[in-house]
Design a protein around this ligand. Structure first.
Ligand code: NI
Ligand code: MN
Length: 226
């Protein structure tokens, strides 16, 4: 899998046959000025929740790519009102099979409202499974004990976890989550974008390293293969 980082919690995962974009928030991100969003044309967009820092560029990229947008019911209804028709509504716990991958929608311990304050449904994360590998994209969340249930249904290879604290888990809690998931590789997200979530990179990497887990803090615009 080829992973491209567009800053904050926005990643594109290339599964060879198709691409999945998570939580598009690029143009308002001062750290992501080098990213040209016109070139981003995924096949699928998965949305974890309706907060501005996860959907700012959703409509633009959905329109230019005609990607299938997968989101909880309330976000799906909102998308329909905005004229986005290639959608797939889900809710917590659900499994969906797409041609090249399948997903399970996982609870997240957070909140979800649109930028205008209207209700955005439950915040969620996703487990993405292909024939070769599976990964967990948690979305914004606190550490929650039901993460322990995820390996009962899925063999996870790596996870995207928030580490910025203040609005989500910090690195210490994310390292506990990684232990529960039984993984040794974590890609950090939701850090440094705003003052409230600035972190010390070396300290965060060290917290994971002391537990035998590799924390990857990707450069914006960089690509890595897992
Ligand atoms: Ni949020
Ligand atoms: Mn957020």
């Amino acid at each position: 899998m080829k992973i491209t980082y567009f800053g904050h919690s926005c990643f594109m995962v290339d599964l060879t046959n198709c691409t999945i974009l998570f939580d598009p928030f690029i143009t308002p991100n001062e750290l992501a000025k080098s990213v040209d969003i016109e070139t981003i044309k995924p096949d699928y967009i998965l949305v974890s929740h309706a907060h501005e820092d996860h959907i700012a560029d959703l409509l633009t990229i959905a329109k230019q790519s005609n990607a299938k947008v997968v989101a909880v019911w309330e976000i799906y209804v909102w998308l329909t009102k905005q004229g986005i028709e290639n959608t797939h509504p889900v809710n917590t716990g659900g499994f969906v099979k797409f041609p090249d991958f399948s997903i399970q929608v996982i609870h997240a311990d957070h909140s979800s409202s649109f930028p205008d304050g209207t209700y955005g449904g439950n915040p969620v994360g996703f487990v993405i499974s292909t024939k070769k590998k599976s990964f967990y994209y948690s979305g914004d969340t606190a550490l929650f004990r039901d993460m322990k249930l995820i390996p009962k249904r899925h063999k996870i290879d790596f996870a995207f976890l928030p580490i910025g604290s203040n609005f989500t888990m910090d690195a210490e809690d994310a390292s506990i989550a990684a232990g529960w998931l039984g993984i040794h590789k974590v890609i950090g997200m939701h850090y440094d974008t705003f003052g409230l979530i600035k972190i010390n990179h070396d300290d965060s990497v060290q917290i994971f390293k002391s537990k035998g887990i590799d924390l990857k803090l990707m450069e914006i615009g960089s690509i890595q293969t897992l």
